[in-house]
Write a protein that binds this ligand. Structure first.
Ligand code: FES
Length: 111
């Protein structure tokens, strides 16, 4: 497997970032976004799926990453969010399921 074989785009506040990564370079997508997009206050619970501060809107994610499990569905319901493309980035692993996807980081203001 090539070192950088997963490519996808990230949109945040009118800016687009082109991400190159590889399988399991980061523990999850939230940690990748924190480091590569330099987000303050993003992922406050460190990935337990309970704080809801790592919201993204996804487009083009494939495979098992489309499935919500663990704490994700309950946290989103508590936040009043019921949309299949709005996700907690901490619950998505860095895998080939992200290749060619488009991720939009959701601001607190946008909810
Ligand atoms: S980091 Fe807290 S829900 Fe994702």
């Amino acid at each position: 497997m090539k070192k950088f074989d997963i490519h996808f785009s990230v949109n945040f506040q009118e800016e687009e970032f082109f991400i190159r990564t590889y399988l399991n370079e980061y523990k999850n997508l939230m940690q990748l976004l924190r480091e590569k997009v330099f987000l303050d206050g993003f992922g406050e619970c460190q990935g337990t799926g309970k704080c809801g501060t790592c919201l993204i809107k996804t487009s083009g994610i494939t495979g098992n990453s489309q499935i919500m499990d663990r704490n994700e569905p309950n946290t989103l319901i508590k936040m009043g969010i019921n949309h299949p493309l709005i996700r907690l980035s901490c619950q998505i692993l860095v895998s080939s399921d992200l290749h060619n996807a488009s991720i939009t980081i959701i601001d607190d203001d946008a909810i």
